[in-house]
Design a protein around this ligand. Structure first.
Ligand SMILES: Cc1cc2nc3c(=O)[nH]c(=O)nc-3n(C[C@H](O)[C@H](O)[C@H](O)COP(=O)(O)OP(=O)(O)OC[C@H]3O[C@@H](n4cnc5c(N)ncnc54)[C@H](O)[C@@H]3O)c2cc1C
Length: 492
């Protein structure tokens, strides 16, 4: 296959060309990360025969590499225990405002309404959460659970919906929380009686004369195998950040970001298989774009400017929201201005682009147009003296005048800083995980979940939404495929 073909829809295999089935099941799940595991568990819970095919030598995927934060709310027991009020309605208002325009309203509605149930379901599978709040930022380096993981406290969202922390990190110290999440989910999958086959690279969907998806073609140790799916195939094979041709075609700006948050499997194969069977891929430019400038939290008191020395956003918006704005509208050419009083070494570290005893000196060393940065900082300081930011409405605890020299510009350009990304675009699906054509027709027998699908957020990613929609809609896809298998058996 040529490199250019790697960006295209995968070919399908007509049913008439299948020499015979090597195995069959009610539901065939492709990929055993968080979405696939939840799909398998849901299908098994209604007694479907489930076969999970995983290309790696074990399940886990990117989900196991993650920091295990899941966006959950609407009044979870942990929110209540930690003294935070929340409701499905407030959560809905926040997600509708932050994930759009272009957000998936039906999915957001359902997710908010059933989120507390989903929390209990995860706990029932063995996923542990500690009943504690971590107040020092989104990412929890401890084994604490709850944190603000989006822009809930920032303008304009704090005026649209009652803020509540909704990032629920699985209980495990440090960066191992995703590993713990997947350990527990995979143990549950094994207990459930799902048949798991690893080292199996799925490549193509089998489609019958009526364009229904009836199976999968895979390679096992170089040998081609055919797997029949009586109810449906659930594509849960991750995203496409590791497919250079797809990124060039659909989301070229992401190429500027140094760190890809992904496992080897994130090569877009699942999306391309779905496209081959006629499914639409949508919002393919959408991504979680982490511009990591908020650790330690005091750095939010800095002033983020572009190459022209101008502000473009409130710095207390969530780091992915700032990242999106900085990449899409500023080409990733941004700097964080600090004075000596608020200077702290950032984590992860980045370089200092310029230092000056005055704003003028800093501006000159940074190469910003004459007067531009000086004007920005003078205006900022004038209002900051009263703790106000009438231009971008940064919240008052983070608004302090920058008056103590020397002044520094931290280099957050994509050339220097470690921007981290994963894709959020993918196959268009219903709330039940059914794949849709560009005309909005359901492709019978084809389901998808997780990063193989277009997520809840069309933009404005809040941390934890990927694992949230993958686990939540993965369950629904598995259940729907199992229901179809039952209907088929009854001859409907
Ligand atoms: C360091 C890091 C931190 C992160 N932190 C968070 C966080 O805290 N919260 C959050 O929500 N998100 C986080 N993310 C992103 C999140 O982990 C992923 O977006 C999410 O796990 C995707 O889940 P998934 O089930 O769709 O895919 P995956 O977990 O990647 O599972 C897909 C599986 O499919 C397999 N597969 C792929 N292709 C095939 C094929 N052709 N045939 C068979 N099998 C195949 C893969 O090997 C893989 O096992 C983080 C990511 C990283 C790397």
């Amino acid at each position: 296959m040529s490199r250019r073909d790697m960006g295209r829809a995968a070919a399908i295999r007509p049913l008439r060309d299948v020499p015979g089935w090597d195995d069959e099941a009610d539901v065939v799940v492709v990929g055993l990360g968080a979405a696939g595991a939840c799909g398998a568990l849901a299908a098994r819970s209604v007694d479907a025969d489930v076969l999970a095919l995983e290309r790696a030598s074990g399940g886990g995927g990117t989900s196991a590499m993650s920091t295990g934060q899941i966006y959950l709310g609407g009044g979870t027991p942990i929110q209540e225990k930690c003294g935070f009020e929340d409701s499905p309605e407030e959560m809905y208002k926040y997600l509708m405002a932050s994930c759009g325009p272009g957000e998936d309203e039906p999915k957001i509605r359902l997710f908010c309404d059933d989120c507390v149930e989903h929390f209990h379901w995860l706990v029932a599978q063995g996923v542990p959460f500690k009943e504690t709040f971590y107040g020092d930022g989104s990412y929890t380096p401890t084994d604490d659970c709850l944190s603000y993981s989006g822009s809930e406290l920032a303008w304009p969202y704090r005026d649209i919906a009652m803020p509540a922390p909704r990032g629920h990190t699985v209980q495990q110290e440090s960066i191992e929380a995703g590993g713990m999440l997947m350990r527990r989910l995979l143990e549950a999958v094994e207990r459930s009686g799902t048949r798991i086959q690893v080292d199996t690279l799925c490549e193509t969907l089998v489609v019958d004369e009526e364009r229904r998806v009836v199976g999968v073609v895979a390679k096992v140790e170089g040998v081609v195998r055919h797997y029949r799916a009586r109810g449906g195939v659930v594509l849960a094979a991750g995203g496409f950040i590791n497919n250079r041709e797809m990124v060039d075609r659909y989301a070229p700006l992401l190429r500027k970001c140094k760190m890809r948050l992904a496992c080897d499997g994130d090569d877009g194969r699942g999306i391309r298989m779905g496209m081959g069977a006629g499914a639409e891929a949508m919002r393919m430019e959408t991504a979680s774009i982490v511009l990591p400038f908020t650790v330690p939290k005091g750095l939010i008191r800095g002033v983020m400017v572009n190459r022209q020395g101008q502000r473009f956003i409130n710095e207390d918006a969530y780091q992915t929201v700032v990242g999106e704005a900085a990449l899409h509208a500023q080409g990733g050419q941004v700097y964080l201005i600090l004075d000596d009083a608020i200077f702290e070494r950032p984590f992860p570290p980045t370089e200092i682009a310029a230092v000056g005893e005055t704003f003028e000196e800093l501006e000159r060393e940074l190469g910003a147009p004459e007067g531009s940065l000086q004007q920005t900082l003078e205006l900022y300081n004038r209002h900051a003296e009263r703790g106000e930011d009438p231009v971008f409405h940064k919240d008052s605890p983070y608004v302090v005048p920058l008056v103590t020299p020397p002044f520094a510009a931290l280099d957050y350009t994509t050339d220097t800083a470690i921007w981290a990304v994963f894709t959020m675009g993918g196959l268009r699906t219903t709330t039940e995980g059914e794949a849709l054509t560009p005309d909005g027709e359901v492709i019978t027998g084809l389901y998808a979940a997780g990063r193989t699908t277009s997520g809840l957020a069309a933009q404005g990613y809040s941390s934890g939404l990927s694992l949230a929609d993958g686990t939540f809609f993965g369950r629904r896809a598995g259940r729907a495929a199992a229901a179809r298998a039952r209907d088929q058996e009854r001859g409907r």
